[in-house]
Design a protein around this ligand. Structure first.
Ligand code: G3H
Ligand code: 13P
Ligand code: ZN
Length: 331
Protein backbone atom coordinates (compact mmCIF):
# COMPACT_ATOMS: atom_id res chain seq x y z
CA UNK A 1 0.00 0.00 0.00
CA UNK A 2 1.03 3.65 -0.45
CA UNK A 3 1.98 6.11 2.26
CA UNK A 4 -1.05 7.39 4.17
CA UNK A 5 -1.89 10.60 6.01
CA UNK A 6 -2.76 10.49 9.72
CA UNK A 7 -6.57 10.95 9.48
CA UNK A 8 -7.69 7.34 9.80
CA UNK A 9 -4.97 6.45 12.33
CA UNK A 10 -6.07 9.26 14.63
CA UNK A 11 -9.76 8.48 14.22
CA UNK A 12 -9.17 4.86 15.29
CA UNK A 13 -6.66 5.76 18.03
CA UNK A 14 -9.13 8.19 19.52
CA UNK A 15 -11.94 5.62 19.48
CA UNK A 16 -9.70 2.80 20.76
CA UNK A 17 -7.85 4.58 23.58
CA UNK A 18 -4.40 4.10 22.08
CA UNK A 19 -1.76 6.31 20.46
CA UNK A 20 0.25 6.08 17.27
CA UNK A 21 4.03 6.08 17.73
CA UNK A 22 5.82 8.86 15.88
CA UNK A 23 9.48 7.98 15.63
CA UNK A 24 12.19 10.23 14.17
CA UNK A 25 14.24 8.77 11.33
CA UNK A 26 17.66 9.80 10.05
CA UNK A 27 19.11 6.77 8.26
CA UNK A 28 18.34 3.34 6.86
CA UNK A 29 18.99 1.33 10.01
CA UNK A 30 16.64 3.45 12.14
CA UNK A 31 13.89 3.16 9.50
CA UNK A 32 14.38 -0.60 9.29
CA UNK A 33 14.43 -1.11 13.06
CA UNK A 34 11.18 0.83 13.52
CA UNK A 35 9.26 -0.58 10.58
CA UNK A 36 10.30 -4.20 11.19
CA UNK A 37 8.94 -3.84 14.75
CA UNK A 38 5.70 -2.38 13.38
CA UNK A 39 5.34 -5.03 10.67
CA UNK A 40 5.87 -7.87 13.20
CA UNK A 41 3.41 -6.41 15.71
CA UNK A 42 0.94 -5.20 13.04
CA UNK A 43 1.14 -1.61 14.20
CA UNK A 44 0.36 1.61 12.31
CA UNK A 45 3.25 4.07 12.44
CA UNK A 46 4.34 7.64 11.75
CA UNK A 47 7.92 8.09 10.55
CA UNK A 48 8.94 11.67 11.10
CA UNK A 49 11.73 13.75 9.67
CA UNK A 50 13.06 16.93 11.27
CA UNK A 51 14.74 19.88 9.57
CA UNK A 52 18.01 18.48 10.98
CA UNK A 53 17.31 15.05 9.47
CA UNK A 54 16.71 16.60 6.04
CA UNK A 55 19.96 18.54 6.37
CA UNK A 56 21.85 15.39 7.47
CA UNK A 57 20.51 12.70 5.15
CA UNK A 58 18.94 14.69 2.27
CA UNK A 59 15.18 14.89 1.58
CA UNK A 60 15.25 12.50 -1.38
CA UNK A 61 17.24 9.79 0.41
CA UNK A 62 14.83 9.84 3.34
CA UNK A 63 11.71 9.75 1.15
CA UNK A 64 13.09 6.87 -0.91
CA UNK A 65 14.13 4.90 2.19
CA UNK A 66 10.65 5.35 3.65
CA UNK A 67 9.10 4.31 0.32
CA UNK A 68 11.26 1.17 0.49
CA UNK A 69 9.85 0.46 3.97
CA UNK A 70 6.31 0.80 2.55
CA UNK A 71 7.15 -1.88 -0.03
CA UNK A 72 8.76 -4.16 2.57
CA UNK A 73 5.90 -3.75 5.08
CA UNK A 74 2.75 -4.03 2.96
CA UNK A 75 0.38 -4.81 5.84
CA UNK A 76 0.82 -1.66 7.90
CA UNK A 77 -0.14 1.97 7.29
CA UNK A 78 2.90 4.28 7.34
CA UNK A 79 2.70 8.10 7.37
CA UNK A 80 5.68 10.27 6.45
CA UNK A 81 5.55 13.40 8.58
CA UNK A 82 7.62 16.60 8.83
CA UNK A 83 8.53 17.12 12.49
CA UNK A 84 8.76 20.73 13.77
CA UNK A 85 8.35 22.39 10.37
CA UNK A 86 10.02 25.76 10.98
CA UNK A 87 8.38 27.80 8.18
CA UNK A 88 5.90 27.68 5.28
CA UNK A 89 8.63 27.00 2.71
CA UNK A 90 9.88 23.84 4.46
CA UNK A 91 6.30 22.55 4.83
CA UNK A 92 5.62 23.27 1.15
CA UNK A 93 8.83 21.47 0.09
CA UNK A 94 7.78 18.39 2.07
CA UNK A 95 4.16 18.47 0.83
CA UNK A 96 5.36 18.82 -2.77
CA UNK A 97 8.10 16.27 -2.16
CA UNK A 98 6.07 13.23 -1.09
CA UNK A 99 5.29 13.70 2.62
CA UNK A 100 1.75 12.83 3.71
CA UNK A 101 1.67 14.93 6.86
CA UNK A 102 3.46 18.02 8.20
CA UNK A 103 3.85 19.88 11.45
CA UNK A 104 4.12 23.65 11.38
CA UNK A 105 5.66 24.73 14.67
CA UNK A 106 4.59 28.28 15.41
CA UNK A 107 4.64 27.68 19.16
CA UNK A 108 7.34 30.31 19.74
CA UNK A 109 5.24 33.01 17.99
CA UNK A 110 2.44 35.14 19.40
CA UNK A 111 -1.03 33.55 19.35
CA UNK A 112 -2.10 35.61 16.31
CA UNK A 113 1.17 35.01 14.41
CA UNK A 114 0.97 31.28 15.17
CA UNK A 115 -2.60 31.18 13.81
CA UNK A 116 -1.65 33.10 10.64
CA UNK A 117 1.34 30.85 9.85
CA UNK A 118 -0.45 27.62 10.70
CA UNK A 119 -3.48 28.57 8.59
CA UNK A 120 -1.23 29.36 5.62
CA UNK A 121 0.23 25.83 5.79
CA UNK A 122 -3.21 24.24 6.31
CA UNK A 123 -4.67 26.08 3.31
CA UNK A 124 -1.86 24.74 1.14
CA UNK A 125 -1.87 21.21 2.58
CA UNK A 126 -5.64 20.72 2.38
CA UNK A 127 -5.90 21.89 -1.24
CA UNK A 128 -6.77 18.46 -2.63
CA UNK A 129 -7.70 19.95 -6.01
CA UNK A 130 -4.09 21.08 -6.45
CA UNK A 131 -2.46 17.68 -5.93
CA UNK A 132 -5.19 15.08 -5.50
CA UNK A 133 -4.33 14.21 -1.92
CA UNK A 134 -5.09 15.58 1.55
CA UNK A 135 -2.02 16.30 3.65
CA UNK A 136 -2.67 16.36 7.40
CA UNK A 137 -1.28 19.23 9.45
CA UNK A 138 -0.21 19.34 13.10
CA UNK A 139 0.01 22.69 14.91
CA UNK A 140 1.36 23.47 18.38
CA UNK A 141 0.24 25.68 21.26
CA UNK A 142 2.49 26.06 24.30
CA UNK A 143 6.27 25.50 24.37
CA UNK A 144 8.40 22.59 25.58
CA UNK A 145 11.78 22.90 27.25
CA UNK A 146 14.78 21.32 25.51
CA UNK A 147 16.48 21.45 22.12
CA UNK A 148 14.96 20.78 18.74
CA UNK A 149 17.05 21.74 15.72
CA UNK A 150 18.24 25.29 16.41
CA UNK A 151 15.51 26.26 18.88
CA UNK A 152 16.71 26.00 22.48
CA UNK A 153 14.19 26.56 25.28
CA UNK A 154 15.77 26.61 28.75
CA UNK A 155 14.00 24.66 31.50
CA UNK A 156 11.86 27.19 33.34
CA UNK A 157 11.12 29.17 30.17
CA UNK A 158 8.67 26.62 28.78
CA UNK A 159 4.96 27.46 28.91
CA UNK A 160 2.04 25.09 29.34
CA UNK A 161 -0.78 25.16 26.80
CA UNK A 162 -3.68 27.37 27.84
CA UNK A 163 -6.86 25.26 27.51
CA UNK A 164 -8.95 28.40 26.92
CA UNK A 165 -7.03 29.04 23.66
CA UNK A 166 -7.32 25.65 21.97
CA UNK A 167 -10.80 25.89 20.43
CA UNK A 168 -10.09 29.22 18.77
CA UNK A 169 -6.74 27.94 17.47
CA UNK A 170 -8.18 24.77 15.99
CA UNK A 171 -11.22 26.53 14.49
CA UNK A 172 -9.32 29.43 12.92
CA UNK A 173 -6.43 27.34 11.55
CA UNK A 174 -8.22 24.15 10.44
CA UNK A 175 -5.41 21.92 11.77
CA UNK A 176 -5.92 18.15 11.92
CA UNK A 177 -4.12 17.66 15.25
CA UNK A 178 -2.70 19.81 18.03
CA UNK A 179 0.55 19.38 19.99
CA UNK A 180 0.26 20.63 23.55
CA UNK A 181 2.68 21.29 26.40
CA UNK A 182 1.88 19.49 29.66
CA UNK A 183 5.34 19.01 31.15
CA UNK A 184 7.21 16.84 28.64
CA UNK A 185 10.40 18.21 27.08
CA UNK A 186 12.83 17.32 24.32
CA UNK A 187 16.04 15.39 24.82
CA UNK A 188 17.44 13.02 27.46
CA UNK A 189 17.51 15.42 30.44
CA UNK A 190 13.86 16.14 31.06
CA UNK A 191 13.96 16.50 34.83
CA UNK A 192 16.71 17.36 37.31
CA UNK A 193 17.23 14.96 40.25
CA UNK A 194 16.07 17.82 42.52
CA UNK A 195 12.67 17.80 40.78
CA UNK A 196 12.29 14.06 41.42
CA UNK A 197 11.40 12.07 44.53
CA UNK A 198 13.07 8.81 45.65
CA UNK A 199 10.72 5.81 45.81
CA UNK A 200 11.11 2.76 48.11
CA UNK A 201 13.36 0.98 45.58
CA UNK A 202 15.69 3.97 45.48
CA UNK A 203 14.56 5.01 42.00
CA UNK A 204 14.11 8.69 41.10
CA UNK A 205 10.48 9.40 40.18
CA UNK A 206 9.90 12.54 38.10
CA UNK A 207 7.00 14.92 38.75
CA UNK A 208 3.71 13.91 37.10
CA UNK A 209 2.68 15.40 33.77
CA UNK A 210 -0.08 18.04 33.95
CA UNK A 211 -3.03 15.73 33.32
CA UNK A 212 -5.29 18.51 34.57
CA UNK A 213 -4.31 20.54 31.48
CA UNK A 214 -4.79 17.55 29.16
CA UNK A 215 -8.23 16.90 30.63
CA UNK A 216 -9.19 20.59 30.33
CA UNK A 217 -8.07 20.54 26.66
CA UNK A 218 -10.07 17.37 26.08
CA UNK A 219 -13.11 19.02 27.65
CA UNK A 220 -12.77 21.85 25.12
CA UNK A 221 -11.98 19.75 22.05
CA UNK A 222 -13.64 16.38 22.70
CA UNK A 223 -12.08 13.63 20.57
CA UNK A 224 -9.87 16.00 18.57
CA UNK A 225 -6.39 14.38 18.18
CA UNK A 226 -3.82 15.66 20.67
CA UNK A 227 -0.06 15.16 20.20
CA UNK A 228 2.65 14.81 22.85
CA UNK A 229 6.20 15.79 21.93
CA UNK A 230 9.21 15.09 24.12
CA UNK A 231 7.89 11.71 25.19
CA UNK A 232 11.02 9.62 25.53
CA UNK A 233 11.31 7.67 28.76
CA UNK A 234 15.14 7.56 28.71
CA UNK A 235 15.57 3.81 29.43
CA UNK A 236 18.06 3.47 32.25
CA UNK A 237 19.53 0.24 30.86
CA UNK A 238 20.80 2.19 27.85
CA UNK A 239 21.96 5.17 29.92
CA UNK A 240 23.93 2.64 32.03
CA UNK A 241 25.31 0.96 28.88
CA UNK A 242 26.49 4.34 27.58
CA UNK A 243 28.08 5.32 30.90
CA UNK A 244 29.77 1.94 31.34
CA UNK A 245 31.30 2.16 27.89
CA UNK A 246 32.97 5.54 27.87
CA UNK A 247 29.94 7.83 27.77
CA UNK A 248 29.04 10.55 30.22
CA UNK A 249 25.31 11.01 30.65
CA UNK A 250 24.73 11.63 34.35
CA UNK A 251 21.17 12.33 35.51
CA UNK A 252 19.45 11.53 32.21
CA UNK A 253 15.78 11.19 33.20
CA UNK A 254 12.66 10.76 31.04
CA UNK A 255 8.87 10.56 31.25
CA UNK A 256 7.66 7.39 33.02
CA UNK A 257 6.02 5.03 30.54
CA UNK A 258 2.99 4.59 32.82
CA UNK A 259 2.19 8.29 32.31
CA UNK A 260 2.39 7.98 28.54
CA UNK A 261 0.07 4.97 28.67
CA UNK A 262 -2.41 7.05 30.65
CA UNK A 263 -2.13 9.92 28.12
CA UNK A 264 -2.77 7.48 25.25
CA UNK A 265 -5.97 6.34 26.95
CA UNK A 266 -7.14 9.99 27.04
CA UNK A 267 -7.21 12.12 23.87
CA UNK A 268 -3.50 11.81 22.99
CA UNK A 269 -3.34 10.11 19.57
CA UNK A 270 0.32 10.67 18.65
CA UNK A 271 3.35 10.26 20.90
CA UNK A 272 6.74 11.48 19.67
CA UNK A 273 9.78 9.39 20.57
CA UNK A 274 13.28 10.11 19.34
CA UNK A 275 15.81 10.28 22.19
CA UNK A 276 15.07 6.72 23.37
CA UNK A 277 16.08 5.33 19.97
CA UNK A 278 19.23 7.45 19.96
CA UNK A 279 20.17 6.07 23.39
CA UNK A 280 19.61 2.48 22.21
CA UNK A 281 21.74 3.03 19.12
CA UNK A 282 24.55 4.89 20.90
CA UNK A 283 24.66 2.48 23.86
CA UNK A 284 24.81 -0.53 21.56
CA UNK A 285 27.57 0.93 19.40
CA UNK A 286 29.65 2.09 22.38
CA UNK A 287 29.42 -1.37 23.94
CA UNK A 288 30.18 -3.11 20.67
CA UNK A 289 33.42 -1.18 20.24
CA UNK A 290 34.44 -1.59 23.86
CA UNK A 291 33.88 -5.35 23.56
CA UNK A 292 35.43 -5.60 20.08
CA UNK A 293 38.26 -3.06 19.83
CA UNK A 294 39.80 -4.58 16.70
CA UNK A 295 36.63 -4.59 14.55
CA UNK A 296 36.13 -1.92 11.90
CA UNK A 297 33.23 -3.02 9.66
CA UNK A 298 30.28 -0.59 10.23
CA UNK A 299 27.79 -3.37 9.46
CA UNK A 300 28.99 -5.23 12.54
CA UNK A 301 27.93 -2.45 14.91
CA UNK A 302 24.93 -1.19 12.94
CA UNK A 303 23.34 -4.64 12.95
CA UNK A 304 23.00 -4.96 16.76
CA UNK A 305 22.07 -1.25 16.96
CA UNK A 306 19.22 -1.84 14.49
CA UNK A 307 18.13 -4.98 16.39
CA UNK A 308 18.00 -3.09 19.69
CA UNK A 309 15.99 -0.25 18.12
CA UNK A 310 13.56 -2.87 16.86
CA UNK A 311 13.18 -4.46 20.33
CA UNK A 312 12.71 -1.08 21.98
CA UNK A 313 10.08 0.01 19.44
CA UNK A 314 8.24 -3.30 19.88
CA UNK A 315 8.10 -2.70 23.62
CA UNK A 316 6.71 0.83 23.06
CA UNK A 317 4.07 -0.37 20.60
CA UNK A 318 2.84 -3.18 22.84
CA UNK A 319 3.25 -1.80 26.37
CA UNK A 320 3.16 1.98 26.07
CA UNK A 321 1.26 3.12 22.98
CA UNK A 322 -1.20 0.22 22.88
CA UNK A 323 -1.28 0.24 19.06
CA UNK A 324 0.03 -3.30 18.41
CA UNK A 325 -2.45 -5.25 16.33
CA UNK A 326 -4.23 -2.07 15.16
CA UNK A 327 -2.72 -1.83 11.66
CA UNK A 328 -5.68 -3.29 9.80
CA UNK A 329 -8.32 -1.04 11.34
CA UNK A 330 -6.19 2.00 10.43
CA UNK A 331 -5.88 1.13 6.73
O1 G3H B 1 12.12 17.25 18.55
C1 G3H B 1 13.11 17.03 17.86
C2 G3H B 1 13.50 15.67 17.45
O2 G3H B 1 14.05 14.94 18.51
C3 G3H B 1 14.42 15.76 16.28
O3 G3H B 1 15.69 16.11 16.68
O4 G3H B 1 16.21 18.18 15.41
O5 G3H B 1 18.04 16.73 16.35
O6 G3H B 1 16.67 15.96 14.38
P1 G3H B 1 16.72 16.79 15.63
P1 13P C 1 12.19 13.11 22.74
O1 13P C 1 13.41 13.96 22.74
O2 13P C 1 11.59 13.00 24.10
O3 13P C 1 12.41 11.78 22.13
O4 13P C 1 11.07 13.86 21.85
C1 13P C 1 11.04 13.72 20.45
C2 13P C 1 10.13 14.70 19.80
O5 13P C 1 9.29 15.34 20.41
C3 13P C 1 10.24 14.84 18.36
O6 13P C 1 9.42 15.85 17.86
ZN1 ZN D 1 9.13 17.48 19.22
Amino acid sequence: MALVNTQKMFEMASKGGYAIGAFNVNNMEIIQGITEACQETKSPVILQVSKGARAYANHTYLVKLVEAAVIECPEIPIALHLDHGPDFETCKACIDGGFTSVMIDGSHLSFEENIALTKKVVDYAHDVAARGRYITVEGELGTLAGIEDDVVVEAGNESYTKPEEVIEFVRRTGVDSLAIAIGTSHGAYKFTPEQCTLNEEGILVPPALRFDILEAVQKELGDFPIVLHGSSSVPQNYVKMINENGGQMPNAIGVPESQLRKAAELSVCKINIDSDLRLAMTGTIRKFYNDNPSKFDPREYLKPARANIKELVKHKLINVLGCAGKAEECL
